[in-house]
Structures are given as C-alpha cells and as structure tokens.
Design a protein around this ligand. Structure first.
Ligand SMILES: Cc1cc2nc3c(=O)[nH]c(=O)nc-3n(C[C@H](O)[C@H](O)[C@H](O)COP(=O)(O)O)c2cc1C
Length: 135
C-alpha cells in the first residue's frame, strides 16, 4: 500500500494495523515522491479547503502525476471525517474517478477494529488478481 498521512497521523496509525507492506508519501511537497513499480492500493485522507475545493493533498497529486507509478494503481481507500457530510472521503472518490480504479473502502479518522478486519480481508481477496501465483 502507498499512503499519505499528515502530521496528525490518523491514516498512518490505521495502515500500521494492516498486515501489508506500505510506503508513506513524503510530508513535504518539495521532497520527491517514490516511484512504485508493482501493483498498489492508495490510501488517501481528504483535505478540503473551505467550500470543498482541493481535497486531494498536493503530495498525492504530485505522486500520481508520475505516470509510471500511476500505471500500477489498482484501487483507492479513503480516509476522512464524517463531519464533512457529503464531502466524506471526497479525495478518494476523486482519485478513483480520475484514475478509473475502484474505491475499495472508506474509513473515519484512524479506523476501528472492524475497519481493520474488513480492509485486511478485502485486500486478501483483491490482490490475487494482480499478483502472480506462487510457483
Ligand atoms: C483542513 C481540513 C480539511 C478536511 N477536509 C475533509 C473533507 O473534505 N472530507 C473528509 O472526509 N475529511 C476531511 N478532513 C478530515 C481528515 O481527512 C481526517 O482528519 C483524516 O483522518 C486525516 O488523516 P491524517 O491524520 O492521516 O492526515 C479534513 C481535515 C482538515 C484538517
């Protein structure tokens, strides 16, 4: 998994509970994002400006603007806060629509134990389509 998480680290705490390999995108937009060369799922929190503009963190935009990495994006998981009502996890919705990949799941803040279980199980079912069977 590839994910962005700001200094509040909600998403980081959620990802840490998953039994997956993960890479956190750099906090600073000035730092170069990693180049990903294998199938991955992106977890992205929403950061809308007042009125709902923006919302996809610039660090994530910069990462996805790299076509070779983007080519390996297979699905998106949204992080957010339900206080934002219809804009809950809007960044993940935008990325999924723009990159034409499924929005696999949405969770709030650092997620619950139930979210961890569902995402763990969901990823187990999702991955085999993109990975070679073991010899
Ligand atoms: C300025 C600001 C704008 C936000 N906008 C949204 C939003 O539009 N939709 C949403 O679901 N959550 C929104 N959130 C909530 C964050 O996505 C949520 O707190 C998330 O867990 C942050 O993840 P992180 O701590 O890993 O960065 C916003 C939070 C802040 C501080």
């Amino acid at each position: 998994m590839v994910y962005f998480s700001s200094v509040t680290r909600n998403t980081d705490r959620f990802i840490a509970k998953l039994p997956v390999r993960s890479i956190r995108l750099p906090l600073r937009t000035s730092e170069p994002p990693p180049r990903i060369e294998e199938p991955f799922v992106l977890a992205v929190p929403s950061y809308g400006r007042p009125g709902g503009a923006g919302s996809v963190p610039p660090q994530v935009v910069k990462f996805l603007n790299d076509a070779p990495s983007r080519a390996h994006l297979k699905g998106v998981i949204g992080a957010g806060n339900t206080n934002f009502g219809p804009l809950f996890c809007v960044a993940a919705e935008k990325v999924a629509a723009k990159c034409q990949v499924p929005l696999l799941y949405k969770f709030e803040l650092m997620g619950t134990d139930e979210d961890v279980e569902k995402v763990t199980q969901g990823l187990e079912e999702f991955w085999p389509a993109f990975t070679k069977p073991r010899e």
